[in-house]
Design a protein around this ligand. Sequence first.
Ligand SMILES: Cc1cc2nc3c(=O)[nH]c(=O)nc-3n(C[C@H](O)[C@H](O)[C@H](O)COP(=O)(O)O)c2cc1C
Length: 201
Amino acid sequence: MDFNLGLLEPGERYRLLNNLVIPRPIAWITSLNKAGIVNAAPFSWFNLMGVDPPIITIGPQYRYNFKKGIKDTPQNIWTGRTFVINIVNEKLAEKMYRTSGFYPADVSEAEELNLPLAPSEIIGVPRIAEAPASIECREYDTIFIGNTCIIIGEALHLWINDQLIDPERLHINFEAIRIIGKGGGSKYVRTDDVFDLKQED
Ligand SMILES: Cc1cc2nc3c(=O)[nH]c(=O)nc-3n(C[C@H](O)[C@H](O)[C@H](O)COP(=O)(O)O)c2cc1C
């Protein structure tokens, strides 16, 4: 079957492409609004784009449903220019999901859902204390293409649980960290069913 994507509605393109471009990493983003309220929400249109400098991108969509408009996370990033990407493991999956529900901008998901926070090292936005790792970021730029928005962030600082890293080799313990990813619809993936491909030098 062929699809001319230009002839489809955004919701149809979403159903097709969002179920094919998987699994996606999940950025559980904390950000601060003008009043200092901590917002938390997951974004799986997210990836690492380079390391020199270290650049990540996230794709917040407009709300198309009855709560139309711009989501709190991009608003806060544009206001404060800083945010934290918290990495999600299996233990945190439910809590992460619950922060994707609609909360008004002046309500903190972190407070409502009793998410313990910890101060970040170099930015004012706190990280999620139970996350296995958190990356402090500064907004580098935002690109708007029609109704698609891409926030480009520069990663400034990494915090990772000591148990999950060999500091000598900078080797992250893949089996122990148990990061989860996003499949289509309500599906999530574990990252512990892995295989090795022989690497040629
Ligand atoms: C695992 C997961 C991934 C998500 N990824 C995105 C995404 O990439 N872009 C987006 O706009 N919304 C995404 N959402 C929905 C947002 O989390 C949701 O709209 C949330 O209410 C936004 O919160 P905010 O207004 O506090 O920023 C995702 C939801 C879940 C559960």
